[in-house]
Design a protein around this ligand. Structure first.
Ligand SMILES: Cc1cc2nc3c(=O)[nH]c(=O)nc-3n(C[C@H](O)[C@H](O)[C@H](O)COP(=O)(O)OP(=O)(O)OC[C@H]3O[C@@H](n4cnc5c(N)ncnc54)[C@H](O)[C@@H]3O)c2cc1C
Length: 621
C-alpha cells in the first residue's frame, strides 16, 4: 500500500533546514577558526554554518533568488535602467564564477600582471557554477558530496590543461589512484518501483549496461511479461550480426541515423516493454534520453548492443571508452576553491590541493574593497556594453541596479543569455548563441543516518528505470584531498540521486524537449523532489530495515535547468562546415568583450570550460 506523506517523513523539518537532531547549528554555538582546515574526523560545525553556502540544504543548484533577475530580462524583456555608477574601476570584469570564469581571471592575472584589478560576478550565493560543493554536518562529522560536476576525465586532457591543474597543485593521476568509487558498478542493481511496475522489486547483481552472461537468470526476477524476459535474455546472449550483409556506408548510416531505442526495436527485435527499460539509461551521463541519441552515441555511453554488430562494433567510433577518472570528494568544486584561494588573499589560508576538501572558506573575504581581485555573489549581470575604450557592466544585487566598468570583460556565462545581456552583438551571433540550449540536469544528495541498508542488500547503487532520478549511488570511497569521511557506511553517508526530468514529449525537436524538461524542473517544488527521494528510498531499502521517516537527515536538491553545454547530436544537427558551427559563431569577441565557458566549445566538460577561458584571454590585448 502506498505510504502517506507522514509515514515517509515529509513533515519532518530536518530536511529543509540545517539542524542537528532538531537543534539549530547556531544554537549549538560550535566554533572553529576560519580556514584552519579541519579533518573530516574531528570537524566541528561552525556557528555560522547556516549562512555558509556549501552547508545549505533544500533547493540548491539553481536556487531561489539566483535566476529570477535573468528570467525577467530574458523572458519578460524587463530593462534594468538608471543603474547607480559605483566608484569601482577594473581591468577585467568577469560574468560567471564557474570553472571557466575563475580560470579566465587566473589567466588574465598571469598575462596582464599580478596588480590586475578584477571583479567576478555570479548570480548564485556560492561560486563554482556547476562545480558545486554539498557539505553535510547533520550526523556529526562532515560528509561531502558533489552538487554538480564530478569527474576529471583526465585521459582526454590536453597538456595545457594538465599544466594548469599542476599549477594549482593537482596531480590528476595520483588523485585517480586514491579513488575507490565506481558509480555503483562494483555492486550493481536494478530497482523496479511499484508505481511503474506494480510491485517494488530489487534485483541485485545485474546491470543493464554490461553483458554478463553469468547473471542472465536474474532477469527472471524482472516484473515484466514472460515474453519480455525471454526477449531480453536473447538480446544479451545472441551472437548474431544484425547488420550482416550491409555495406560499410549502410552500417554507418544505421548507426548514426537510427536512434538507440529504434535500434533495439528494429534490429535487436526487443518489444516496447523491454525497450522502455533502457529509456532512462543515459539520463545522467547525457542529459538526453536514448530515443534522441543515435545508436553510436548510446553505445559510446556504455549501453549494450555492440555484440550484435560483428566487425562493425570496432568501427562504431571509440566504443567503450575508458572510464578512468580522478575525483575530489566535492567534485570539481575543489578546483573552483583552489582557484578562488589563489585569486583572493586570505580567503582560505593554508589551503592547497592536499587539504582543499576539508578547508573552510571565509566568504566575507570574497569581496573586500582593498583586494585587487573581488568575487561578488548574488549579482546578476543584465547589460554589458562597449564604451569607447572600456566595457560597462550593469548588474542587479539586492534589487538594486549597479554599474561598474572594466577595460575588458569576459562573459563566462551561458551562451543563451548573451543576446539579452549584449544587445550590440550581430544578429547572426545572437542566433547562434540561442541555438545552444543546455541540457537540464539533476543531482539530489540525501544524507542517510547510515549506509548499512545498502550493505545488507549487497548493493552500492541502482538503476531505477521507472523513476525521475535514473540512478542512485552510495557516496563512499572518494577519500582524497584531506577528506576521510567516505571510508565506511556505519555512520551518516550521502546517497546521490542522478538524472534529469524526462521531457513530456519525445516527438518534438531536441531543443523543445530540453526546454520542456527545464520548465518542469523549475516548476517542481522542493516537496516534489523530497517526496520522490523518500518514496524511492522507502521502496528500495525498507526490506533492509530503513525507515524513511527517521533515517533521512538532510536533502539537497541541486537542480541545473541550464546544465550540460549543448553538444551536437547525430540525429538532430547537421555537420557544420569548419568555423560555421553555432558555438564557433557565438563565441566571437565583440570589442573588448570576449566569451568563455563550456558552451563556447559545445562540450560539457571541465576541460572545455578551462580551454575556453584560455582562448578568451588569448583574444585580449
Ligand atoms: C550536473 C552536472 C554534472 C557534470 N558533471 C561533469 C563531470 O563529471 N565532468 C566534467 O568534466 N564536466 C561535467 N559537467 C559539465 C560542467 O558543466 C562543466 O564541466 C563546467 O563546470 C562548466 O563550467 P562553466 O564555467 O563553463 O559554466 P558554469 O559552471 O555554468 O558557470 C557559469 C556561471 O555563470 C553564471 N551566470 C550565468 N549568467 C549570469 C549572469 N547574467 N550574471 C552572473 N552570472 C551568470 C551561472 O549561473 C554560473 O554560475 C557537469 C555539469 C552538470 C550540470
Amino acid at each position: 500500500m502506498k505510504k502517506t506523506d507522514r509515514e515517509l517523513g515529509m513533515l519532518r523539518q530536518i530536511t529543509r533546514r540545517d539542524f542537528i537532531h532538531g537543534t539549530s547549528l547556531a544554537a549549538l554555538g560550535l566554533m572553529l577558526p576560519v580556514g584552519c582546515g579541519p579533518s573530516s574526523k574531528d570537524s566541528k560545525v561552525p556557528s555560522s554554518s547556516i549562512g555558509y553556502p556549501p552547508t545549505r540544504t533544500g533547493m540548491r543548484g539553481s536556487h531561489p533568488g539566483s535566476f529570477e533577475t535573468a528570467h525577467a530580462l530574458a523572458r519578460d524583456g524587463v530593462r534594468f535602467e538608471n543603474p547607480v555608477d559605483l566608484d569601482e574601476e577594473y581591468d577585467l570584469v568577469v560574468v560567471g564564477a564557474g570553472i571557466s570564469g575563475l580560470t579566465a581571471a587566473y589567466e588574465y592575472r598571469k598575462k596582464f600582471g599580478p596588480e590586475s584589478r578584477i571583479l567576478i560576478l555570479d548570480n548564485h550565493d556560492d561560486f563554482g557554477g556547476h562545480a558545486r560543493r554539498n557539505e553535510f554536518h547533520q550526523g556529526g562529522d562532515m560528509r561531502l558530496s558533489w552538487g554538480g560536476t564530478m569527474n576529471l576525465e583526465y585521459l582526454s586532457f590536453t597538456d595545457p590543461v594538465l599544466e594548469f591543474l599542476a599549477e594549482l597543485g593537482i596531480d590528476v593521476r595520483q588523485l585517480s589512484k586514491e579513488l575507490d568509487f565506481h558509480y555503483g558498478g562494483d555492486e550493481p542493481a536494478i530497482w523496479f518501483d511499484a508505481d511503474t511496475f506494480g510491485s517494488d522489486v530489487l534485483v541485485p547483481g545485474f546491470s543493464m549496461y554490461s553483458r554478463n552472461l553469468e547473471v542472465l537468470d536474474r532477469i527472471d526476477q524482472f516484473p515484466i511479461s514472460e515474453s519480455g524476459r525471454v526477449a531480453l535474455k536473447q538480446f544479451y546472449s545472441s551472437e548474431a550480426n544484425v547488420l550482416q550483409g550491409m555495406s560499410e556506408r549502410e552500417i554507418e548510416h544505421v548507426l548514426r541515423r537510427t536512434s538507440y531505442t529504434d535500434f533495439l526495436s528494429r534490429y535487436a527485435g526487443l518489444p516496447d516493454e523491454v525497450v522502455d527499460l533502457f529509456v532512462k539509461s543515459t539520463d545522467g551521463y547525457w542529459g538526453v534520453q536514448p530515443h534522441s541519441l543515435s545508436t553510436t552515441e548510446a553505445l559510446n555511453a556504455w549501453l549494450p548492443g555492440s555484440h550484435l554488430l560483428g566487425d562493425a562494433a570496432d568501427r562504431a567510433a571509440g566504443l567503450q571508452e575508458s572510464e578512468t577518472v580522478a575525483m575530489f570528494p566535492d567534485g570539481n568544486a575543489s578546483i573552483a576553491r583552489l582557484l578562488v584561494q589563489s585569486l583572493i588573499a586570505g580567503v582560505a589560508p593554508g589551503a592547497n590541493a592536499e587539504n582543499i576538501a576539508v578547508v573552510r572558506f571565509d566568504y566575507d573575504k570574497l569581496d573586500r574593497p582593498g583586494n585587487s581581485i573581488r568575487l561578488r555573489l548574488e549579482s546578476t549581470a543584465v547589460h554589458v556594453v562597449n564604451e569607447s575604450s572600456r566595457v560597462a557592466v550593469t548588474y542587479v544585487k539586492d534589487g538594486l541596479n549597479k554599474r561598474v566598468r572594466g577595460t575588458h570583460c569576459v562573459l563566462a556565462c551561458y551562451h543563451a543569455i548573451i543576446p539579452h545581456l549584449c544587445p550590440e552583438i550581430p544578429e547572426k551571433q545572437k542566433e547562434a548563441a540561442r541555438y545552444q540550449v543546455k541540457h537540464p540536469m539533476l543531482v539530489t544528495n540525501v544524507l542517510l543516518r547510515s549506509g548499512k541498508p545498502f550493505e545488507k542488500l549487497g548493493i552500492t547503487g541502482t538503476y531505477c528505470p521507472g523513476r525521475m532520478h535514473a540512478k542512485v549511488w552510495l557516496i563512499k570511497g572518494v577519500n582524497t584531498a584531506g577528506y576521510e569521511g567516505g571510508r565506511d557506511v556505519q555512520g551518516p553517508v550521502p546517497v546521490m540521486f542522478w538524472g534529469m526530468v524526462a521531457p513530456p514529449r519525445r516527438d518534438v525537436p531536441i531543443h523543445d524537449q530540453l526546454r520542456q524538461s527545464r520548465q518542469i524542473m523549475l516548476e517542481m517544488t522542493f516537496e516534489d523532489y523530497e517526496r520522490e527521494v523518500r518514496t524511492v528510498l522507502d521502496g528500495m531499502l525498507s526490506p533492509a530495515g530503513f525507515d524513511a521517516a527517521n533515517d533521512i537527515l538532510a536533502i539537497t536538491v541541486n537542480r541545473w535547468p541550464h546544465g550540460y553545454a549543448y553538444g551536437y547530436l547525430d540525429l538532430w544537427d547537421p555537420e557544420w562546415e569548419a568555423g560555421q558551427a553555432p558555438h564557433e559563431i557565438a563565441r566571437q569577441p565583440v570589442g573588448n568583450i570576449v566569451i568563455a565557458n563550456s558552451d563556447a566549445a559545445a562540450s560539457a566538460y571541465t576541460q572545455a570550460a578551462i580551454e575556453e577561458a584560455f582562448r578568451a584571454i588569448d583574444e585580449l590585448s
